[in-house]
Design a protein around this ligand. Structure first.
Ligand SMILES: [Zn+2]
Ligand SMILES: [Zn+2]
Length: 192
């Protein structure tokens, strides 16, 4: 998948679309158009608003600061680290098991061109394996944010957004990120 993403993102740039939004929709409740899991790449003429909003106004990288604080203290939201990629339960996650996958060190350049992309996708697959083993075939969305400190966000759709979330932007998460991380840690690596 890493190779396919890299090749398609190069094709997009050559065609004049500098930003590629890679996404995974799994399950009809998460908007999947096909019954099986598949990834899509949307070619965009500029970074989308969510990515722009994440951009660092100052010189500090928000993702670096976040990882340093998550791994520096109690590790209670850290799930695993593999080949330079960390998997964290999202601090202040909107929904149960919201996850963040990112290079531990600040990457230079696009995720599509990174040597760490394969490791990041391997961590994504392992995270989904553990999630499915805990909760069954939950619908979910995942995507790559490819600017600055690129990262993958995973949003399982165990609960639906209702009036409070959609209307007020207040997310009622019934599972604390610390508990989600503990459950996913305990799922452990796949036995060989
Ligand atoms: Zn960074
Ligand atoms: Zn992001």
């Amino acid at each position: 998948m890493a190779t396919a993403w890299r090749e398609r993102s190069r094709a997009a740039r050559e065609a004049g679309f500098p930003y590629v939004h890679a996404l995974l929709n799994e399950g009809r409740e998460a908007g999947a158009s096909l019954p099986h899991s598949h990834t899509q790449l949307a070619w965009l003429s500029e970074p989308p608003p969510t990515v722009v909003a994440e951009g660092e106004p100052g010189s500090e990288c928000a993702v670096c600061a976040h990882i340093a604080s998550e791994l520096g203290a109690s590790h209670e939201r850290a799930i695993l680290e593999l080949d330079g990629i960390v998997l964290l339960a999202a601090y202040g996650g909107r929904l149960p098991y919201e996850l963040l996958i990112a290079p531990r060190e600040h990457p230079g350049g696009s995720g599509y061109e990174s040597d760490l992309l394969l490791a990041a996708l391997t961590v994504l697959a392992e995270a989904l394996r553990r999630l499915h083993s805990l909760e069954g075939p939950v619908p979910l969305n995942a995507w790559l944010h490819d600017e600055g400190h690129w990262h993958i966000e995973v949003l399982p759709r165990l609960t639906v957004f209702a009036g409070i979330e959609l209307g007020a932007g207040i997310y009622v998460n019934s599972l604390a990120p610390e508990d989600a991380a503990a459950a996913l840690r305990e799922e452990g690596p796949k036995k060989a």
